[in-house]
Design a protein around this ligand. Sequence first.
Ligand SMILES: [Mg+2]
Length: 280
Amino acid sequence: MIQPLLICTDLDRTLIPNGEQPESPQARPLFRQLVSHSQITLVYVTGRDQVLVQDAIAEYELPIPNFVIADVGSSIYEIKNNQWLRLTDWDNQISVDWQYKNQPDLVAFFTDFDHIKLQEITKQGLHKLSYYVSLDIELEPIITKIRAKLEAEKIQANIIWSIDEKAQIGLLDILPLSANKYHAIAYLMKKQNFTLDNTIFSGDSGNDLDVLMSPIKSILVANAHLEVKEIIQSKIEQTGLKDSIYIAQGQSSKLNGNYSAGILEGIFHYFPDLQIESKN
Ligand SMILES: [Mg+2]
């Protein structure tokens, strides 16, 4: 018998093997087998939007999750009988940070701002305002100006900066302050009656840090960015975090610690009983 378990995982370069390191061929089939158990609630936690998550599920033959925390925490979906139901309760909670305003209301604040270009409509969300910024432009003054405007309008927001390496363009996302991976997972834990004892998260990069450094039992996959590994290592040394973070190393030639092999290694570390179950 498997106990109820909430397995939350990042997608890109965590469950999805789209990094440079090799994936163990048996890892994803084993992961699929483990999460198919009825006691397991599977959650994808990602910067991708709904369509890009659906693309990934099809392309990489990922198991259908029970929930998807998308757009870096600014939307949550429950998947039932292949229907994606948006949790409007979560939307309502995070909209408090934005004074109950939505993306179109916020667009109006920045129409006369230079150097930022609104992204396509498909990249925008109810609580996600996204701009392109050229990599040739100095970023700091732009962000300072945006922050000042948000403050003046009493909007509590997270400004997230990332780079689309392929397109060589900067991406600037404005989200409600509480719309992040950690808060979204905490919300689902409460909603589905899970505790710190039976919740697990796995990730690989900077936007996973809020969860990795939280009291939630976490797994850093072996292929994680070196700087994230170093941040986590020093945190482990400084604090008592060591019981809630596990860095996958690679267990065997079958499970090399990268991607889903690292997720499995971490799950077996926290829940040794599951290792036996998954072999049956
Ligand atoms: Mg990732």
